[in-house]
Design a protein around this ligand. Structure first.
Ligand SMILES: Cc1ncc(COP(=O)(O)O)c(C=O)c1O
Length: 374
């Protein structure tokens, strides 16, 4: 006789409440998934949903990755010696001030892992990057969301929201998904106003898309503000999103704490080799910025021609107000165009579209016109 099966317990009930309350991150829909769901040909699909660089990796990056493949049987350098040395030289910092991450997302997580206890507070803006609340919640800490003004970070209000319970303040510049930008003077005044035992995490994932005169001298601020962590990534303008590599620059004592909680081999060898090559390829980044600016103008003109309001953006994406964004998104999917709905950011009337190549932007605008027509 078969033994009666034991009732199947729901182990999710054993997870801490603060984990069970987390609403999962919603990534952009992958091309292969849309192709499967709608029976479309992958090559015909345009994905403008995850703020990736549409140009593909540069030839030097391809060569570096191909060379590094030879050694994939070995663990990567857990200290990222060569990449940190190159970054240190670039920013005139020491290697001890740099922490490498599996994407800059990892750096954001590491800061919360090293510095937040259950019950601590972390401050961020409404409509700011979705990972901040997730990372804070995963530690059992409390996220304090400060209302935005005109979709922008309200820095004075964020300063007021800091209390003795606050351990971290997140600032995204430019911010995702709004594309809004804070001028360097205002940003530095804010950092200087934050109590020096509260970390300021300045997320500059889209920094390289800013016109050079708009880029803050944030690396130089590290020497002045021991509580400043600047995070950057190779996923966006450097075109390495799939490889997952980013970095944080900060005071060595802060870096030491992040290094204690990070995985020993958090950045893989192909990513390190690619990032090193990408960092040396200034032309690729510069051209990406110029192509992006032209694409942004194309999308702005297209939105105007359709009579759609948009939020002027300083990054490689923009928010367009389309009304019932969920249905417009679905109608775009049917036409093989993937963008990003942002209702989870409290922006249910907007779609976020990444600036693509000119032909992709055209495809999106044409599909949008069709989608709006019903
Ligand atoms: C503002 C912001 N910060 C950080 C990231 C994380 O990117 P990655 O982990 O690829 O560096 C993103 C990605 O979309 C972002 O928009």
């Amino acid at each position: 006789m078969q033994p009666t099966p034991r009732p199947h317990p729901d182990l999710s009930l054993q997870a801490p409440d603060y984990v069970r309350r987390i609403a999962r991150y919603l990534p952009g829909k992958p091309i292969a998934e849309l192709a499967r769901e709608y029976g479309l040909v992958e090559a015909d699909i345009v994905k403008l949903a995850s703020n990736e660089n549409p140009r593909g990796p540069s030839p030097t990056v391809r060569a570096a990755v191909a060379a590094a493949v030879e050694d994939v049987c070995r663990y990567p350098d857990g200290n990222g010696f060569a990449l940190k040395a190159a970054l240190a030289a670039r920013f005139d910092l020491s290697a001890e001030q740099i922490v490498l991450g599996n994407g800059s997302n990892d750096v954001l997580e590491l800061v919360t892992q090293a510095f937040l206890r259950p019950g601590d507070h972390a401050v961020y803006s409404r409509h700011a990057f979705a990972v901040y609340p997730l990372a804070v919640q995963a530690r059992g800490a409390t996220g304090i969301e400060v209302p935005a003004v005109d979709y922008r970070h309200d820095l004075p209000a964020m300063r007021t929201a800091i209390t003795p319970a606050t351990r971290i303040v997140f600032v995204a510049n430019p911010n995702n998904p709004t594309g809004t930008w804070i001028a360097p003077d205002a940003l530095e005044a804010f950092i200087a106003s934050v109590p020096d035992d509260v970390l300021v995490v300045l997320d500059e994932a889209y920094n390289e898309y800013l016109e050079p005169e708009r880029q803050a001298p944030s690396a130089a601020w590290i020497a002045k503000y021991a509580n400043l962590v600047v995070s950057r990534t190779f996923s966006k303008a450097y075109g390495l999103a799939a490889l997952r590599v980013g970095y944080g620059i900060m005071d060595p004592n802060v870096a030491d704490m992040l290094n204690r909680v990070r995985q020993p081999f958090n950045v893989n060898a192909l990513a390190q080799a690619a990032a090193l090559a990408a960092l040396a390829d200034a032309d690729y980044v510069e051209q990406s910025r110029i192509i992006n600016r032209a694409g942004m103008r194309q999308l702005e003109e297209g939105a105007r021609a359709l009579g759609l309001p948009f939020i002027p953006s300083h990054a490689n994406f923009m928010l367009i107000r389309v009304g019932d964004a969920a249905s417009v998104y679905a109608r775009l999917l049917k036409q093989g165009v993937i963008v990003r709905p942002v209702a989870n950011y409290g922006l249910p009337e907007f779609l976020r579209v990444t600036v693509g190549l000119s032909v992709e932007n055209r495809r999106f605008l044409d599909a949008l016109a069709v989608a709006l027509a019903g």
